[in-house]
Design a protein around this ligand. Structure first.
Ligand SMILES: Cc1cc2nc3c(=O)[nH]c(=O)nc-3n(C[C@H](O)[C@H](O)[C@H](O)COP(=O)(O)O)c2cc1C
Length: 173
């Protein structure tokens, strides 16, 4: 199973559009995909103690544990993923151990393209994740309404998915 984790809490999120595009493409090639959208499944802030009993946090941790790969779709906030994505990782911690991870970002401007590196480093060093070095980074003009209209970004999503499937198959064989 491949888990798509959408981290934006914005009702008209562009990273959620990227998440949905990735989900549809995976389904087209008969992959088993589960979407977990933080906008629909509110999580408590991680306090390092009682938060782990929250049902949504437990559901997410269980999905991450079961997943062969996780695609994290997030807004860029302050040159990083948003706090909701970071909080979701804090809440689910060890469930990420050895996961294959792809990252899709929506940003406001071109200058923040290295914003995935903080979360990528922490996933690699904390949980030994294999983070695919093929990030998706899309700006506002790649979208119209609810649609991704940029063929280059669409092709990059194809490439990310190909790489996820190639590595998933290699790891599990
Ligand atoms: C609090 C906040 C911080 C932001 N920081 C950045 C930033 O550092 N770099 C950037 O390119 N865009 C930044 N943006 C713009 C968002 O990345 C952009 O609106 C993006 O579409 C948000 O993703 P979403 O549509 O999935 O919610 C920021 C927006 C907000 C609200």
């Amino acid at each position: 199973m491949i888990l798509v984790l959408s981290a934006s809490l914005h009702p008209d999120s562009r990273s959620r559009i990227l998440a949905n595009v990735a989900k549809s493409k995976l389904e087209e090639i008969s992959q088993n995909v589960v979407m977990f959208d933080l906008a629909n499944k509110p999580l408590p802030m991680c306090d390092g103690m009682t938060c782990y009993g929250d049902p949504n946090a437990q559901e997410l941790a269980s999905l991450i544990e079961q997943a062969d790969a996780v695609l994290l779709a997030s807004p860029v906030y302050n040159y990083d993923v948003n706090a909701a994505a970071k909080n979701a990782i804090e809440l689910t911690g060890k469930a990420w151990t050895n996961k294959l991870v792809g990252i899709l970002l929506a940003a406001g401007g071109p200058g923040s393209y290295m914003s995935a590196m903080g979360v990528a480093n922490s996933l690699m060093l904390d949980f030994r994740c294999l983070v695919v070095p093929r990030f998706i980074y899309a700006l506002g003009d790649s979208f119209q309404g609810n649609a991704l209209v940029d063929p280059q970004i669409d092709e990059r999503v194809n490439e990310l998915i190909e790489e996820i499937i190639r590595l998933k198959t290699a790891i599990t064989s």
